[in-house]
Design a protein around this ligand. Structure first.
Ligand code: NCD
Length: 335
């Protein structure tokens, strides 16, 4: 039996909770999906992110959230997102409850997600939640006493990753309008790519090339949903079809944990490997090379020293600043 099949049943039976649009006001809002944002909301996050970057570079931390507690509750493995939210919380002065894996909690006794989240909400002022079931984070936000930040829901979304990725692209290219990008790998299951497509779709004249094996293309439902928002998506199956001089490449890992058959995973896992040769053949001089990480063989280490490769440092540092920004925004403690 699927581990969370009971939750799936409850979710399917439950009327959908409304996901509140940001509308310029982040205070007490959960951050569940990029669809909550308008362009103006992105700009608020980017401005606050830049402010938090200055704070870290000048003085390391601030006390804006002194007395507050942020819980990081991860039902799925994580290195970057978990650590970066904990770091962000501490750098804005909050205390933290770190839960990486739920095996030692009452979840192991069969407690429901709803009860666990209400319990944590009696202790913390905000909850960062990662869960393997698509839609589970938004679902349980309807039960929560405190704002929830979606740190990844199955193969659904990863909005905070998209915010830091968009901040990074803007930082490198000056604008998110008139951008051409290439997303590579597991476009079907990659929640980072889903949120990034949704985010960039609010900008003018954005074209994204989606390079993946046939079996890892977007579902037709997602393809429709995304293109309806005005973004141009071009599905390609060979590196040769990548545009010259793209503003960014966004390589991704094939999401092994979403496969039913390990043989199927093995067949497609290394369909596209980023090598120095790929870069010299197809990248422009200003094409930035991105990846949400972890990488498991799809980017050769020899690429790391290319000045266009920003997946190791720039993207990850921006992740901390972005999460500091979100925590200060949702608690209304930006100054
Ligand atoms: C990503 C995720 O968890 O979706 N990792 C991350 O948060 N940076 C990407 C991945 O696991 O492939």
């Amino acid at each position: 039996m699927h581990k969370y099949c009971l939750l799936r049943k409850v979710m399917d039976a439950h009327p959908k909770f409304e996901i509140a649009p940001i509308n310029g006001n982040f205070t007490n809002k959960s951050i569940l999906s990029i669809t909550q944002f308008a362009r103006e909301d992105f700009e608020i996050v980017f401005a606050q992110t830049a402010k938090m970057r200055d704070v870290v570079l000048k003085q390391g931390s601030t006390n804006l959230l002194k007395g507050k507690v942020v819980a990081c509750v991860f039902y799925e493995p994580s290195s970057r997102t978990f650590i970066s939210f904990l770091t962000a919380a501490q750098r804005v002065g909050a205390g933290t409850i770190p839960l990486l894996g739920m095996a030692a909690t009452s979840v192991a006794k069969g407690e429901t997600l709803q009860d666990t989240i209400r319990t944590i909400g009696c202790n913390a002022d905000a909850i960062v939640l990662r869960h393997p079931e698509k839609g589970a984070v938004s679902f349980v936000a309807g039960y929560s006493y405190v704002p929830i930040l979606n740190a990844g829901d199955g193969n659904g979304e990863h909005p905070t990753q998209a915010l830091m990725d968009m901040f990074t692209i803007k930082q490198k290219h000056g604008s998110l309008d008139n951008i051409t990008g290439v997303l590579v790998g597991d476009i079907l299951n990659g929640r980072t790519t889903h949120s990034l497509i949704l985010g960039l779709s609010l900008y003018k004249n954005v074209t994204l090339y989606l390079l993946s094996p046939e079996s890892l293309k977007l579902t037709r439902e997602d393809y429709e949903k995304f293109t309806k928002r005005g973004i141009k998506l071009v599905e390609i199956s060979s590196e040769k079809d990548m545009p010259k001089d793209a503003h960014f490449w966004y390589w991704t890992r094939v999401q092994k944990e979403r496969f039913v058959s390990i043989e199927e995973y093995e067949k497609v896992k290394h369909s596209f490997i980023l090598t120095p040769d790929t870069v010299s053949k197809y990248a422009g001089k200003d094409t930035i090379l991105m990846h949400p990480l972890p990488r498991v063989g799809e980017i050769e280490e020899a690429v790391d020293t290319d000045p266009r490769a920003i997946y190791i440092e720039t993207q990850m540092r921006n992740g901390v600043y972005t999460r500091m920004a979100l925590l200060t925004l949702i608690t209304g403690k930006t100054e």
